[in-house]
Ligand binder design. Sequence first.
Ligand SMILES: CC(C)(COP(=O)(O)OP(=O)(O)OC[C@H]1O[C@@H](n2cnc3c(N)ncnc32)[C@H](O)[C@@H]1OP(=O)(O)O)[C@@H](O)C(=O)NCCC(=O)NCCS
Length: 133
Amino acid sequence: MNVEFRPVQHSELEPFRAAARREHSGIDPLPSIRWFAAVSGTDILGCIGLLHASRDRVRVRGWYVRPDHRGQGLGMWLQECANDWARDHGYRHIESTTRLWRVLERHGWSVLRPYTEAIGTKMTLDLADREGR
Ligand SMILES: CC(C)(COP(=O)(O)OP(=O)(O)OC[C@H]1O[C@@H](n2cnc3c(N)ncnc32)[C@H](O)[C@@H]1OP(=O)(O)O)[C@@H](O)C(=O)NCCC(=O)NCCS
């Protein structure tokens, strides 16, 4: 399957919004979030949003893969593509507040603030450290 990572409008993700929310992933229509999707032909398989937090820091929002495409590496591929996009655009750190902190920790992220039920775990990844990997 040929899958492309490309910018999308929030309106293209609207069909997944309710399902994502039920799984604690917020595909929210905030103007400050840039949205990207894993796309096969005209089919959107998953998405990730990046929210500008400061000059060198960007935050992940709405990390979501359609249930019928999970468990095949697409989720981590979206994260890696988002990291590359952020690094290429001058960001040095990427952050995420997530319930799946163990997953991100296995992929090199560090805990910034421990888990709370309301918020999850705040994680960070130093993008400069990973340059050239
Ligand atoms: C999280 C999500 C995007 C992962 O997508 P995916 O395509 O299945 O991910 P991958 O196949 O790349 O797997 C990535 C890793 O996540 C782990 N993983 C995926 N879903 C998981 C879950 N619900 N619980 C624990 N681990 C999970 C996999 O075991 C894998 O671990 P590894 O890389 O150490 O082997 C997808 O499960 C999803 O959309 N979930 C619902 C929304 C959600 O929870 N988003 C995160 C909000 S904080």
